[in-house]
Ligand binder design. Structure first.
Ligand SMILES: Nc1ncnc2c1ncn2[C@@H]1O[C@H](COP(=O)(O)OP(=O)(O)OP(=O)(O)O)[C@@H](O)[C@H]1O
Ligand SMILES: [Mg+2]
Length: 253
C-alpha cells in the first residue's frame, strides 16, 4: 500500500480535483484505491457523493473513537472514501493536543494495509495539523499549482515543511513533483516560463510533471457529482490525469 498526499497551502489550485482524478485514474488502471478527505470543506467527499449517509468521518478515526474500516464508504465511482465534514474543525484542537498526533493518520491507515494498493490524501489549503499528518503518513507527495506569481513561493513553503518531516520523522518521504493545473497553452505567459525555470533550477527537471489542461469537463463532472472518467473519459483533463497516474505508478513501484 502506497500513500500519496496531494498538497499545497495555497487555496483553489486544484488539489481536490487532482486527488479525485488521480485516484480514479489509478483505479481504472487496475489499482484498489482509498481516498482520504482531510479538509473540513469536504470538497472531496462532496465530489464523490459521499456526504449523504455520513455517520462518522475522518476525525472520528483520528481521535480513535471509530475504527477506520467503519468510517470508509464505497462511493458510486467505486472508489472507497474516508469522508470529512465541517465538524472536522472542532476536532483539530483535540487531535493537536494528543502527544502522538502527527503519526495518527499513519497509524489508522496501517489498520487497512493490504486492502488497498494506493491511498490518495486530499489536504486542506494550509500547512497545519492535517497536512502535517498527511506528510508523515505519506510515501510521496504531489504539488498541484497554477502558473502565477506566488506559485513558486508557495511551493517552497510546502517543500520546506516536507523536507523537515523527511529529516525528523518520515525518511522515506518522496517528492514526486509539481504540475500545473488549469493549464492553457494559448494563454501561456512569461509567469509560466518563470515558474518553470525556478522549479527546474531549484529542484531539477525530474520534478516538473506534465500539466493538466483547463477543461470545462472538470467543472461539469463536479456538478454531476461524477469523476472525470465517469463523466467524460476522453476529455483533455481525463487524458492528462491518466498520464499523471501512470507517472505515480512508475515512481512508486
Ligand atoms: N483542469 C481544470 N479545468 C477547469 N477547471 C478546473 C480544473 N481543475 C480544477 N478546476 C476548478 O478549479 C476550482 C478549484 O479546484 P479545487 O477545488 O480542486 O482546488 P483546491 O486546491 O482543492 O481548493 P481548496 O484549496 O479550496 O481545497 C474548482 O472549481 C474546479 O472545478
Ligand atoms: Mg480542496
Amino acid at each position: 500500500m502506497r500513500v500519496l498526499a496531494i498538497t499545497n497551502n495555497k487555496g483553489g489550485v486544484g488539489k481536490t480535483t487532482s486527488a479525485v482524478s488521480i485516484g480514479a485514474a489509478l483505479q481504472r488502471q487496475g489499482a484498489r484505491v482509498l481516498m482520504v478527505d482531510l479538509d473540513m470543506q469536504a470538497n472531496l467527499t462532496n465530489n464523490l457523493g459521499g456526504e449523504l449517509e455520513l455517520v462518522s468521518h475522518v476525525g472520528d478515526a483520528l481521535i480513535g473513537a471509530v475504527p477506520l474500516a467503519e468510517v470508509i464508504l464505497t462511493t458510486e465511482s467505486g472508489l472507497d472514501l474516508v469522508p470529512a465534514d465541517f465538524r472536522l474543525a472542532s476536532y483539530e484542537p483535540i487531535i493537536y493536543k494528543q502527544k502522538d498526533y502527527h503519526t495518527r493518520l499513519a497509524s489508522v491507515l496501517a489498520t487497512v494495509q493490504g486492502a488497498y494498493d494506493y491511498v490518495v490524501v486530499d489536504c486542506p489549503p494550509s500547512l497545519q495539523t492535517f497536512t502535517y499528518m498527511a506528510l508523515v503518513a505519506a510515501d510521496a507527495y504531489l504539488i498541484p499549482t497554477e502558473p502565477e506569481k506566488f506559485a513558486f513561493d508557495g511551493l517552497r513553503l510546502v517543500k520546506e515543511l516536507a523536507d523537515q518531516i523527511e529529516r525528523r520523522i518520515n525518511p522515506g518521504l518522496q517528492f514526486l513533483g509539481v504540475f500545473f493545473t488549469r493549464y492553457n497553452a494559448k494563454q501561456r505567459n512569461s509567469m509560466h516560463a518563470a515558474v518553470v525555470q525556478a522549479v527546474r533550477e531549484e529542484y531539477g527537471e525530474d520534478v516538473l510533471l506534465p500539466s493538466v489542461r483547463r477543461d470545462a469537463a472538470v467543472v461539469q463532472s463536479q456538478v454531476h457529482v461524477k469523476t472525470i472518467y465517469d463523466h467524460k473519459p476522453d476529455s483533455n483533463a481525463a487524458v492528462d490525469y491518466a498520464a499523471l497516474a501512470e507517472i505515480v505508478r512508475a515512481r512508486l513501484a
